[in-house]
Design a binder for this molecule. Structure first.
Ligand SMILES: Nc1ncnc2c1ncn2[C@@H]1O[C@H](COP(=O)(O)OP(=O)(O)OP(=O)(O)O)[C@@H](O)[C@H]1O
Ligand SMILES: [Mg+2]
Length: 272
């Protein structure tokens, strides 16, 4: 049977991040994508010009209606927007047994706020303890901890371990914001830290890398892989999606990654 993954996140009409990226990444990684929206954004590759929130009760209604009918193997949570939506999502998922990947989205690549400042505490209290895996980028990890942003591998590992104390079963510290030739990620579990190395691709087209990675991890968890193997497979997928991103021609800012690079290469091969 094909595994089912539910993404609870915001919409990015430019297609590179948010629920659109999630559906592509889940599909490209071999699972069936379900999607419940928390917010509509007006955004393109240059930035976010507007945000329209879904009422918290209706976010909960979407999730509840899906769970009433469909067996969900893994959940990915992205843009949560405010404290009321955080509480509504946590309450609705209280009885859900599926592994939850929580991507604590706070600020868009262009700098727009996607989580209200007073909602950080609700995410920390209501959602972090429910997460099988938390996937912060370095500024998000620092914000959740009330510390300065990590700039070294040692600080990344230490902050990952500190975030474990807030309740998630595992933490993946993403190194996209690190300076240097690599973009390493650090997975912290009860067993300790494990590093995933990757050369840094020089491209402006990294819109939605975080959404894409967390959704791909959720797809592999849904298919039955453990956390370490799911992160490895998802990291390899994102690395290729970024490496192939310049084949797309989408906007003049931070363009999307190529979610279906492998599938398009295969169909080119089929035609040749
Ligand atoms: N230029 C790059 N080359 C290779 N890998 C990258 C690059 N930029 C980011 N990554 C990888 O992409 C994944 C997402 O990390 P990143 O730190 O960019 O997340 P994010 O800041 O949450 O992204 P977003 O802006 O989409 O929310 C990580 O595995 C990271 O190592
Ligand atoms: Mg992100």
């Amino acid at each position: 049977m094909i595994a089912n993954v539910l993404s609870i996140a915001g919409s990015d009409p430019s297609g590179g991040a948010g629920i659109q990226a999630d559906i592509k990444a889940i599909s490209a990684n071999g699972a069936y994508a379900l999607a419940a929206l928390t917010a509509l954004t007006a955004q393109n590759t240059q930035g976010v010009s507007g945000v329209h929130l879904v009422p918290p009760d209706f976010v909960a209604a979407q999730v509840r209606t899906v769970l009433d009918d469909i067996h969900v193997d893994a959940v990915k949570i992205g843009m949560i927007a405010n404290a009321e939506i955080a509480r509504a999502v946590a309450a609705t998922l209280a009885q859900c047994k599926a592994a939850i990947v929580l991507d604590p989205v706070m600020v868009a690549k262009g700098g727009a706020r996607l989580l209200e400042p007073d909602a950080v505490d609700s995410v920390r209290r209501h959602l972090l303890p429910r997460a099988a895996l938390l996937t912060p980028n370095l500024p998000e990890a620092a914000h959740l901890l009330g510390k300065a942003t990590a700039t070294t591998r040692a600080e990344m590992e230490a902050q990952g371990k500190a975030l474990m104390q807030l309740g998630p079963s595992a933490v993946l510290m993403k190194g996209g914001h690190l300076e240097g030739p690599g973009s390493p990620d650090c997975l912290v579990t009860a067993q300790g830290a494990r590093w995933y190395e990757c050369p840094r691709t020089r491209t402006p087209n990294t819109h939605g890398t975080g959404c894409t990675l967390s959704s791909a991890i959720a797809a592999h968890l849904a298919k039955g892989s453990n956390i370490g193997a799911s992160v490895a497979a998802a990291k390899a997928y994102v690395k290729n999606a970024i490496a192939q991103a310049d084949h797309l021609s989408v906007g003049s800012g931070h363009g999307p990654t190529h979610h279906f690079a492998a599938l398009y290469a295969q169909s080119e091969g089929d035609r040749a």
